[in-house]
Design a protein around this ligand. Structure first.
Ligand SMILES: NC(=O)c1ccc[n+]([C@@H]2O[C@H](COP(=O)([O-])OP(=O)(O)OC[C@H]3O[C@@H](n4cnc5c(N)ncnc54)[C@H](OP(=O)(O)O)[C@@H]3O)[C@@H](O)[C@H]2O)c1
Length: 260
C-alpha cells in the first residue's frame, strides 16, 4: 500500500475527482478526512470507503474554517501528510459566453474560487507540515492552463494561476521537505462537470455530445479519454513517497493531447 498510515485531507471530496481520489488514497492505506461545501455528497463517498473515513462541511475558501478543521485533524490524527484540493465550481454563466460579452464578475468567479481555495488549503496545510519536515500538497488543473480555448471565460486564467502557484509554493516549501504537485487530466467523460462544460460548446458548433467526445478522444495518442480511476491511481502515486523526486510540477495527464 503506497499511502499506508498517511493522513490525507481532501477538499471538494463530494465531487467526481475528489471522490475518486479519496477512494484511491483510502485503498492505498491512507486515513482520509473528507470535506466539502455541502455534507451530503461527501457522506456518500465516506460511506463507500467505510473504515475511518471522516466527513466535515468545510468551505475551502474560508480561511477560518480550513484553519479550524486542520487543527482538528492534527488533534485527532497527529499530523497532516497530504492536502488535496479538488474544488470545482459550476459552469453556469462562466462557460459558453464570448469574452467580449463576459461580465467582470463572471470573469473573476473561477479565478477567485480556484486560486483562493488552493492558496488557503495549501498555506494552512504547509504550516502544519513544516513542523514535521514532510508533506505533499496537491491540486487539479486542466489543459486550459496551457492552450487557447474559446468560450471558457476566466477558467483558463484560473488554471494558469494555479499552475504558477504550484511552482511558487514548491520553491518555498521543498527545502522544508514539502512537495507540491499538480495534476492536469484530460476531460473524463463520466463526470457531470465535463458534460456541463462541453455540451454548450458542442451545441454551439452543431455537434452531438457523442461527436464531441469522439473529437476530444481523437486528439489523444491512444484515441480515448481517461477514466476517473486512472487519474486517481496517478494521484495516489504522486502523493506517495515513491514520487519523492517530483515537486514544483503539474503532471500532464492529457494522454498526448497537449505537448509540454
Ligand atoms: N471532471 C473532469 O474531467 C476534469 C478534468 C480536468 C480537470 N478538472 C478540474 O478538477 C476540478 C474538480 O472537478 P470535478 O469534476 O471533480 O468537479 P465536481 O464534481 O463539480 O466537484 C467539485 C467539488 O468542489 C466542491 N466545492 C465547490 N466550491 C467549494 C468550496 N468553496 N469549498 C469546498 N468545496 C467546494 C463542490 O461541492 P458543492 O457541489 O457542494 O459546491 C464539488 O463537490 C475542477 O477544477 C475541474 O475543472 C475536471
Amino acid at each position: 500500500m503506497m499511502l499506508k498510515d498517511k493522513v490525507a485531507v481532501i477538499y471538494g471530496a463530494g465531487g467526481a475527482i475528489g471522490g475518486a481520489v479519496a477512494r484511491a488514497f483510502a485503498r492505498e492505506g491512507a486515513r482520509v478526512f473528507l470535506t466539502g461545501r455541502h455534507r451530503t455528497p461527501v457522506e456518500v463517498v465516506a460511506k463507500e470507503i467505510g473504515g475511518s473515513a471522516e466527513v466535515a462541511e468545510v468551505d475551502a475558501v474560508d480561511e477560518g474554517a480550513v484553519d479550524r478543521y486542520l487543527r482538528y485533524v492534527v488533534g485527532v490524527a497527529g499530523r497532516v501528510d497530504i492536502s488535496f484540493d479538488a474544488v470545482g465550481i459550476g459552469n453556469a454563466g462562466i462557460l459558453g459566453v464570448p469574452l467580449t460579452e463576459l461580465g467582470v464578475e463572471q470573469f473573476q468567479a473561477p479565478i477567485a474560487t480556484h486560486t483562493t481555495a488552493y492558496f488557503v488549503t495549501a498555506r494552512l496545510a504547509a504550516q502544519h507540515m513544516i513542523a514535521n519536515g514532510s508533506g505533499v500538497i496537491m491540486t487539479v488543473t486542466t489543459l486550459h492552463s496551457r492552450t487557447g480555448l474559446p468560450l471558457v471565460g476566466g477558467f483558463g486564467p484560473a488554471m494558469a494561476a494555479k499552475e504558477a502557484l504550484t511552482r511558487d509554493l514548491s520553491v518555498e516549501l521543498a527545502p522544508q521537505g514539502i512537495r507540491v504537485v499538480g495534476l492536469r487530466p484530460q476531460a473524463m467523460p463520466e463526470t457531470a462537470t465535463i458534460r456541463d462544460a462541453f455540451e454548450p460548446r458542442a451545441k454551439a458548433t452543431g455537434m452531438t455530445w457523442e461527436q464531441w467526445l469522439e473529437l476530444l478522444a481523437s486528439r489523444t495518442h491512444p484515441r480515448r479519454l481517461m477514466t476517473l480511476a486512472e487519474m486517481a491511481d496517478a494521484a495516489a502515486f504522486l502523493a506517495s513517497d515513491r514520487a519523492s523526486g517530483m515537486t514544483g510540477t503539474t503532471v500532464n495527464l492529457t494522454m498526448g493531447s497537449l505537448d509540454d
